[in-house]
Design a protein around this ligand. Structure first.
Ligand code: NAD
Length: 491
């Protein structure tokens, strides 16, 4: 057999409408995690390259901010058409670089497209407000303006949806944008840049600089970057929030999670088990809205767990492009090792392993099977830490009050779900649980683009979260004009 050397593509940055080769000597491999195969190499770009992209974006801002908002929106309509046309290809890129199955990848593309739809409403969203006669012949009007260059720093788990939480609205309201995609899933950003160019976006309005912390620091330190949108893990989000704020920028940092679902005795068992599985093991547990802990009332616990384990064992594991595959790999070997470490730790901490995801796995990828621990308590690390893998903890409780008190001990507060048929329980849950996004009888309560995506506690740093009207506020500043119209008499 001859060994054929396949040349792996070295990704380029996209700056000022040009594909530019990075001058760095440092590249990282990009893998298909279901095959452990190198599919590209991503440059860890230099500070000079980020500085150049920011300067280009700052120059482009001077023109772009004055393009009438409806014309900016029309480019987004054309971009929307192109996204629809290329849906399948976009989803395949996501599956190959991230590992999630094709149907989840298509779902992600759909979620990204919703953000573009919402941002295309910029002419209405940017309207200010006014009040006449606040004193005799005096009125006040509030106008919205863009803020300048926005830097976007995104995680590996949603290479399409998360950037789309940021740049469509940012550019629709007149800003320019520099995206630093995750170095582990950088391919989708290339396609976004191509499609934006095809949609007629002027040069310099949207730029992509690949890399890691040097590029992030470049964005955080450059005085021309006026706002930073970050999505990623808690330690990095905290760092980005502190350094960005210290440099007097607006920062929104959406960070880690440990999401709780509460199953009450009166829950629909079939619905609860199906949704918990989709939430805990979908996308290999690598979602910020993944269910990581189920807090279950004692009366239903055995029946719930039996059914959960039975169904989990039936999940098909493999390459996300293959028919019928539910569970893909985790993103890298280190994530696989870390997850196996947590499973070992859970056993040592005294939890009961009722579904072991370590056996019978395809060897060609970084797979971990669905894993479930019973008898978990809040002092265990498997309860406290964001594992970000298909590992689920079960905590048994006496009632809803105890369930809520237990969940509220978590440092994170992104999402939380309740399974019940009792209206009073729903209200109690809504009023007392610490979490920004709640689901009632559903598994992944990720709000749609026109509502805020809003974690609490250590799941979010900043004032204005992503999406919805909050994103319009985040990407604009206001000018309030108080005018005295007292004039000479016309009589
Ligand atoms: P990550 O924090 O490792 O990386 C996020 C971004 O920060 C990447 O672009 C990365 O290059 C950059 N980065 C990483 N280390 C850095 C460092 N030391 N200095 C500067 N920049 C650095 O996150 P990830 O592993 O890519 O993504 C998973 C995390 O993202 C999970 O914690 C998940 O909960 C979180 N997430 C949160 C939300 C949300 O809405 N709250 C959504 C998606 C993902």
């Amino acid at each position: 057999m001859t060994n054929v050397m396949v040349k792996v593509e070295k990704l380029k940055n996209y700056i000022n409408g040009e594909w530019v080769e990075s001058k760095t000597a440092q590249f990282e491999n990009v893998y298909d995690p279901a095959k452990k195969e190198i599919i590209a190499q991503v440059p860890l770009s230099t500070k000079e390259e980020v500085d150049y992209a920011v300067e280009v974006a700052a120059k482009a801002f001077e023109k772009w901010k004055n393009v009438p908002v409806q014309k900016r929106a029309r480019i987004l309509f054309d971009f929307h058409q192109l996204l629809q046309k290329n849906k399948e290809e976009l989803a395949r890129i996501i599956t190959v670089e991230n590992g999630k199955n094709l149907s989840e990848a298509l779902g992600e593309v759909g979620r990204g497209i919703e953000n573009v739809e919402f941002a295309a409403g910029a002419p209405t969203l940017m309207m200010g407000d006014s009040l006449t006669n606040i004193a005799t012949d005096v009125e006040i009007t509030n106008y919205r303006y863009p803020i300048g260059v926005v830097g976007g720093i995104t995680p590996f788990n949603f290479p399409m949806m998360v950037p789309c939480w940021m740049f469509p609205m940012a550019i629709a309201v007149g800003n320019t944008f520099v995206l630093k995609p995750s170095e582990r899933t950088p391919l989708l950003a290339q396609k976004l840049a191509q499609l934006l160019e095809e949609a007629g976006l002027p040069k310099g309005v949207f730029n992509v600089v690949h890399g890691a912390h040097d590029v992030v620091n470049g964005l955080l330190d450059h005085p021309e970057v006026k706002a930073i949108s970050f999505v990623g893990s808690k330690p990095v989000g905290e760092y980005v929030y502190k350094r960005g704020s210290q440099n007097l920028k607006r920062v929104q940092a959406l960070t880690g999670a440990k999401n709780h679902s509460v199953v009450l005795n009166d829950a629909d068992l079939e619905l609860a088990t199906t949704n918990v599985i989709a939430s805990a093991f979908g996308s290999a547990g690598e979602r910020c809205m993944a269910c990581s802990v189920v807090t279950v009332e004692e009366g239903i616990a055995d029946a719930f767990l039996d059914r959960l384990v039975e169904k989990s064992k039936e999940l098909k594991i493999g390459h996300g492009l293959d028919e019928g595959v539910f569970l893909g790999p985790v993103i890298r070997e280190e994530n696989q090792k870390r997850t196996l470490g947590y499973i070992q730790k859970g056993i040592e901490e005294g939890a009961t392993l009722v579904c072991d995801g370590r056996g019978n796995l395809p060897e060609e990828g970084y797979f971990v099977g669905p894993t479930i621990f019973d008898d978990v308590t809040t002092d265990m690390e498997i309860w406290k830490d964001e594992i970000f893998a298909p590992v689920l903890s079960i905590v048994r409780v006496k009632n809803l009050k105890e369930a809520v008190e237990t969940a509220n001990q978590s440092e994170f507060a992104n999402g939380a779900c309740l399974y019940t048929s009792n209206a009073s329980a729903i209200r109690y849950f809504r009023e007392n649980i610490d979490a920004g996004m709640l689901g009632i009888n559903l598994g992944v309560p990720a709000p749609m683009a026109f509502f805020a995506f809003s974690g609490w506690k250590s799941s979010f740093y900043g004032t204005l979260p992503a999406n919805g009207k909050d994103s319009v506020d985040f990407y604009t500043r206001k000018k309030v004009v108080t005018a005295n119209y007292k004039a000479p008499s016309f009589e």
